[in-house]
Design a protein around this ligand. Structure first.
Ligand SMILES: *[C@@H]1O[C@H](CO)[C@@H](O)[C@H](O)[C@H]1NC(C)=O
Ligand SMILES: *[C@@H]1O[C@H](CO)[C@@H](O)[C@H](O)[C@H]1NC(C)=O
Length: 342
């Protein structure tokens, strides 16, 4: 599905908002305040976007992102949330590694790395956005996927975490659960869609997943009903992370045995361990106000800032190590060191 043709087809007046925006890189660091709060370095490397109050620990009782941040790398200037995924590596034939950089989507070329974020009330191609949702609340956080998923069967527990092998920047299918098996001329897009049904009570849960649920039947896209245990419909949060593989696509660099050379920072060469994290941080009730507007992508209530301002926001790395951005490194940070992959 091509974004341009989607916009051209927008003939239906929306009842509620769908928003889509770019965010530049805030930092690439070995921190995970959700799964490993206080642990510096965390077991594996992440790429992080959003508000600059991102920190080693971010307990909701003493961490309020909109109050503590002074800038955000996201286009909406009221969004101080943090969004992150693992970092991606390319493994050369001689066993050394380089980190694969990211790039913005079409229209977001001016952003530095980062990703594209969506909040939807119905599926992407639905201009009407008729279903009303309840926005996430202060203190809310969640993750989806598992770095321990090593088989297709385990990955299928998280049905909407996929890869798109970009032939060009508008390629949107097919989506696969495993890493692409051939070079992708315009990059590898990682798609992460979070569950959309909330138990209405808990802002978090011990596994950071079970306070949320997929619909009881069908899917978010088919407007499947939420289960009685998780009755509250929340926005569909989606990330698109585009890894720029152009420096790693030549046949001579790929393994001679026909396998594919990309590897997540937690040593996953299958791609099944795809996962993403979210810590809510919109100012006041700005997200709910935006979600309630009748708009599709171009929403007046969503205040925005320039790419220059997004790119100017960053935080210093806390873990001082060579992550392989400019030279080949012997091992992925934290890996092959006897530490468990979580
Ligand atoms: C991160 O946490 C430390 C320790 O609590 C604090 O000193 C520091 O100011 C925090 N950094 C940010 C960016 O909030
Ligand atoms: C390992 O492979 C990379 C990519 O082909 C190359 O640039 C680098 O020089 C090699 N390193 C060694 C130590 O041979």
């Amino acid at each position: 599905m091509q974004w341009n043709s989607l916009v051209a087809l927008a003939l239906v007046a929306p009842s509620h908002a769908l928003i889509r925006f770019g965010c530049s890189q805030l930092v690439v660091d070995r921190l995970d305040p959700l799964v490993n709060p206080g642990v510096e370095p965390s077991p594996h490397l992440h790429q992080i976007i959003g508000g600059n109050s991102f920190n080693t620990s971010m307990y909701p009782e003493n961490h309020d992102p909109p109050k503590m941040s002074t800038c955000t790398t996201c286009q909406p200037s009221d969004d101080f949330s943090n969004y992150w995924t693992a970092a991606l590596y390319f493994r050369a034939r001689n066993g050394t590694y380089r980190r694969v950089p990211q790039k913005g989507n079409v229209g977001f070329e001016a952003q530095n790395g980062g990703m594209t974020v969506y909040y939807m009330q119905n599926q992407l191609a639905d201009y009407a956005q008729k279903s009303k949702v309840k926005a996430f609340q202060p203190g809310f956080r969640m993750l989806i996927g598992s770095p321990l998923a090593g088989t297709k069967q385990e990955a299928d527990k998280y049905p909407q975490l996929t890869y798109t092998c970009l032939q060009d920047m508008n390629t949107r299918f097919p989506e696969t659960k495993a890493f692409p098996t051939k070079p992708c001329p315009a990059g590898i897009m990682v798609n992460l869609r979070f569950p959309t049904c909330w138990n209405g009570v808990d802002l978090d849960s011990p596994d950071h997943i079970s306070h949320m649920s997929y619909p009881a039947s069908g899917t978010f896209e088919s407007q499947g009903p939420c289960p009685s245990t998780h009755p509250v419909r929340m926005p569909q949060l989606m990330y698109e992370v585009i890894f720029e593989t152009k420096d790693f696509n030549s046949k001579e660099m790929w393994p001679e045995d026909g396998s594919q050379p990309f590897e997540w920072s937690f040593s996953d060469t299958t791609g099944y361990g795809n996962h993403g994290d979210y810590v809510f941080g919109w100012k006041d009730d700005s997200l709910q106000q935006i979600m309630d507007e009748e708009c599709y992508v171009n929403c007046k209530t969503m205040k925005t800032q320039s790419f220059e301002a997004m790119n100017a926001c960053s935080v210093p790395k806390k873990v001082d190590e060579d992550v392989g951005d400019t030279n080949w490194i012997e091992a992925i940070p934290g890996q092959h060191s006897g530490m468990p992959p979580m």
